[in-house]
Design a protein around this ligand. Structure first.
Ligand code: BEZ
Length: 389
């Protein structure tokens, strides 16, 4: 057989098999691993993220870019010690195409490392540690939530503008608690305030009493607190019971009163916070989202639900850009990075480090709502220190 005939046969075969294998890959389900807490102090946050994510997939009738979306879940318990095993199970045993997670930044660190070493697409729907879209930024790592600095810095500015001159910060001692406290300090002190002490307790400890006694003795104008989930419910109740609520203003990034108000009751009424979502935005997009969410789950959505919904929206933008052919990785990630996400929080873009550039709302608790009362900072972009993308 002459060279040219062999070449022609090989070309035809490779064309046929190439077409067959590409076709079948695109016909395969696209597998998403949801790694979120279903137990522990952050359990409610994990459930809300999963609900939001599933809502969008259900609205698309389970198919995006021609691919059926298959979801695999794992409870990470917000436990950093189990995180490497959990993420390896999803990527290596369950062979997921993408991972969405998680809430706790200590757990997310193992996920980011795994995404770096395997090239798996990772969408972070909460964890706010700066490094994920800073020094560890990568083309396959995206975030649909915030960096801890964003709401913290904006709250610091707003607290100073509201007239506080001195403040104490209190938070769990791990990356997010420390970054949040320091972000508040930066914004507050740049605008004339002074942070006179920074108090910490280990995650997920809720023995707040000794630290509340310390705050009472320091008598600052304001307290800035980073807690979320079950811990936030207890902190706000303890702050009220200690008699501090009326004498020392309690400020926070909105996690302190987000998804927690039913358990906080009177102790939360009137509290101010800053966050990238709020009740009462009253936009067509948010109204439609809230109605659909309530219809599906029988409860009102919160910021975590929005972050989960937007993780699914961002994934859909990528899958659609390549018609489900995820071997076209560069085109898929370019479409995601360059997107404007039509979020219930308001449209947002992604920074060069793939972190939301977004509006920070000033909110005040009224009944069971974190009502929007203004814009604290518009289009706030995290500085993405150390990102070389
Ligand atoms: C975090 O660990 O990054 C985090 C957890 C709960 C709320 C906000 C941030």
């Amino acid at each position: 057989m002459g060279f040219s005939v062999k070449w022609r046969i090989a070309a035809v075969l490779s064309g046929v098999f190439g077409f067959v294998s590409l076709g079948s890959a695109q016909a395969d389900p696209y597998r998403v691993g949801l790694m979120l807490p279903a137990t522990g102090t952050y359990a409610a946050l994990g459930t809300a993220i999963e609900n939001g994510f599933r809502l969008y997939i259900d609205q698309r009738e389970g198919k995006i870019g021609g691919r059926t979306i298959e979801i695999v879940t794992i409870d990470d318990e917000s436990n950093p010690a189990k995180a490497t095993d959990n993420i390896n199970r999803l990527i290596k045993r369950d062979r997921v195409d993408a991972v969405v997670g998680t809430v706790h930044s200590g757990v997310a660190m193992a996920m980011v490392r795994a995404a770096q070493s395997t090239g798996t697409l990772l969408i972070i729907p909460n964890a706010g540690a700066a490094a994920f879209t800073g020094a560890l930024c990568a083309p396959n790592i995206f975030r649909t939530s915030f960096t801890n600095w964003q709401p913290a810095y904006a709250m610091g500015v707003a607290a100073a503008e509201r007239g506080a001159q001195t403040a104490v910060t209190i938070s769990w001692r791990y990356a997010s608690g420390e970054e949040s406290a320091n972000g508040f300090k930066e914004g507050f002190e740049k605008h004339g305030g002074k942070v006179i002490d920074q108090l910490y307790l280990p995650f997920p400890n809720v023995e707040f009493q000794p630290l509340l006694t310390r705050i009472a003795s320091l008598r600052p104008d304001a307290t800035y607190a980073f807690f979320a989930g079950g811990g936030a419910v207890k902190f706000v109740n303890d702050y009220g019971a200690a008699g501090l609520k009326d004498s020392i203003a309690l400020y926070s990034p909105g996690f302190l009163t987000e998804g927690t108000l039913a358990g906080q009751g009177q102790a939360a009424q009137g509290l101010f916070s800053v966050m990238h979502y709020a009740d009462g935005l009253d936009t067509p997009k948010d109204n439609a989202f809230r109605a659909a969410y309530q219809d599906a789950y029988g409860v009102v959505p919160d910021v975590y639900s929005v972050q989960g919904y937007d993780a699914a929206q961002l994934l859909a933008i990528g899958l659609e850009a390549v018609d489900g052919d995820t071997s076209r990785t560069e085109s898929m990630y370019a479409a995601m990075s360059g997107a404007t996400i039509d979020s219930p929080r308001g449209p947002f873009t992604l920074s060069r480090a793939n972190n939301p550039v977004q509006t920070m709302y000033l909110r005040q608790v009224e009944g069971l709502e974190n009502k929007v009362i203004g814009i604290a900072t518009a289009a706030l972009e995290d500085p993405a220190v150390g990102c070389r993308m």
